[in-house]
Design a protein around this ligand. Structure first.
Ligand code: SAH
Ligand code: DHB
Ligand code: MG
Length: 223
């Protein structure tokens, strides 16, 4: 693959559309200091999430997988006054780094961090009769992606946007049906997304900073 060209263009796009930002640079720095895994979305992917949140007119966003709060900050910046983003992570140390980053971004009033197993927290929100969300960003462990989709649909309304990261996995999704749990989870997720008549969905391949991957974008159709 022309990975040098892909990277150069990714940098070019970043320079134009996601230029240096003190808050976002501070998040990257805090994550390096805390030796956190380099799994944040890239700057250009963050900008895409921001645009999608604006397009969705999102007032309520649910994120599965906070890490250092990098994607959280991109999406929360799209919220109007009174808007809310709930982000779930089971790792207390990650959540603590994210909390400080969200504070520094001035977004604490809009962001609620929930620490725990995503499947448990989502199920609890459904049983408590949570109002629907306008946008989901699914970006935690890959084996339960199919369950995350089902639970997100239970917390959706017509018009809700469902976005999921890492659905191409360097092209491996296009190979044989896998038994490796992460790849199998993502393959099943993509098939469910395609087959669900309630949804209009596609996958956009991404190249550049984090290599070859993709982001699934789905909208719940009008009834
Ligand atoms: N969305 C972030 C990156 C998330 S990385 C960004 O782009 O900036 C994935 C995160 O999901 C990690 O912090 C990990 O602790 C969390 N995670 C993984 N499995 C989880 C689970 N079952 N429940 C809750 N959080 C989980
Ligand atoms: C993985 C998870 C991510 O959220 C990501 O962006 C890249 C890779 C992973 O678990 O492999
Ligand atoms: Mg990811």
């Amino acid at each position: 693959m022309d990975s040098d060209a892909y990277r150069a263009v990714d940098d070019y796009i970043r320079g134009l559309f996601a230029p240096h930002d003190e808050v976002l640079a501070g998040i990257e720095e805090s994550m390096t200091k805390a030796s956190m895994p380099k799994l944040s979305v890239t700057p250009n992917q963050g900008k895409l999430l921001y645009i999608l949140a604006l397009l969705a007119n999102a007032r309520r966003i649910l994120e599965v997988g906070t890490l250092g709060g990098y994607s959280t900050v991109w999406m929360a910046r799209a919220l109007p006054d009174g808007g809310r983003l709930v982000s779930i992570d089971r790792d207390r140390d990650h959540a603590e780094v994210a909390r400080k980053n969200i504070e520094r971004a001035g977004l604490s009033p809009k962001v609620e961090l929930r620490i725990g197993e995503a499947l448990e927290i989502l199920s609890q929100m459904i049983s408590e009769g949570s109002p629907p969300f306008d946008m989901f960003f699914i970006d935690a462990d890959k084996p339960p992606y199919p369950r995350y989709l089902e639970l997100a649909l239970d917390l959706s309304r017509p018009g809700t946007l469902i976005v999921a990261d890492n659905v191409v996995r360097r092209g491996a999704v296009a190979g044989a049906k896998s038994t490796e749990p992460s790849l199998a989870g993502v393959q099943r997720f993509n098939e469910m997304l395609a087959a669900d008549t309630r949804l209009a969905a596609t996958i956009v391949q991404t190249v550049g900073g984090k290599g070859h991957d993709g982001i699934a974008i789905a909208v719940v159709k009008p009834r």
